[in-house]
Design a protein around this ligand. Structure first.
Ligand code: 5RP
Length: 227
């Protein structure tokens, strides 16, 4: 007997995302595209329906390259009127579809694209489903000169920040991964961390949670809507 691998679950949820968004797309629609291994599967399946929408806005240079390799147009966000739907993975999701993102260091552009989207569809395998956010270390993108200042402030909020060595974001900044947070109030913590001087953004997506979660499980892809 074979067991379902995490990659198979990611593929299934990516496929389900394309099937879900396809009927909503029109010739002038722009699709927001996230970053990571699940988003990569989504890009590969999205290529099958290219030509049924105008193009995409990517949340990272890596995703932009993958989209272009399939011949899918990639636009600058400033040159489009809006994004019909944004599809992206997550590192954790709770039942309110509040997320932790940024494992791939693309959190700032992901949050910007999500903020522009009419609809945010999160695609994840079942390992990402948690009752309370915070087991996955929370990524925080920081202006390099403020790294120590921000780290001290994050300690005051109860976390243990760790500098992600060797990583520079697409925006030229660094990442602190904050361990040992039990995020009981995601909106309040998202706002509090964003208010630290030197923080560009943090990986809590609670002010703008997902609207729809497609969760890949061994029993099939399950859909959850925001309450
Ligand atoms: C990148 C992200 C990704 O969506 C998140 O890390 C999940 O990645 P994967 O699909 O590879 O598990 O937030 O910054």
């Amino acid at each position: 007997m074979t067991s379902t691998t995490q990659d198979q679950l990611k593929r299934a949820t990516a496929r389900a995302a394309v099937e879900t968004i396809a009927p909503k797309l029109e010739a002038d629609s722009i699709v927001g595209v996230g970053t990571g291994s699940t988003a990569n599967f989504f890009i590969d399946y999205l290529a099958e329906i290219k030509g049924r929408f105008d193009g995409t806005v990517a949340s990272s240079e890596a995703s932009a390259e993958r989209l272009k390799s399939h011949g899918i147009p990639v636009y600058d966000l400033n040159s489009v009127d809006g994004i019909r739907v944004y599809v992206d993975g997550a590192d954790e999701t709770n039942p309110a579809l509040q997320l932790i993102k940024g494992g791939g260091a693309a959190l700032t552009r992901e949050k910007i694209v999500a903020a522009c989207a009419e609809e945010f569809v999160c695609i994840a395998d079942e390992s990402k489903w948690v009752p309370v956010l915070g087991s996955f270390p929370l990524p925080v993108e920081v202006i390099p000169m403020a790294r120590s200042l921000v780290a001290r402030e994050l300690v005051k909020l109860g976390g243990d920040p760790v500098y992600r060595q060797g990583v520079v974001t697409d925006n030229g900044n660094v990442i602190l991964d904050v361990h040992n947070l039990e995020i009981m109030e995601p909106v309040a913590l998202e706002e509090a961390i964003n208010n630290i001087t030197g923080v560009v953004t943090n990986g809590i997506f609670a002010l703008r949670p997902a609207d729809l979660l497609l969760l890949g499980t061994a029993a099939g892809v399950k859909a959850f809507s925001a309450q």
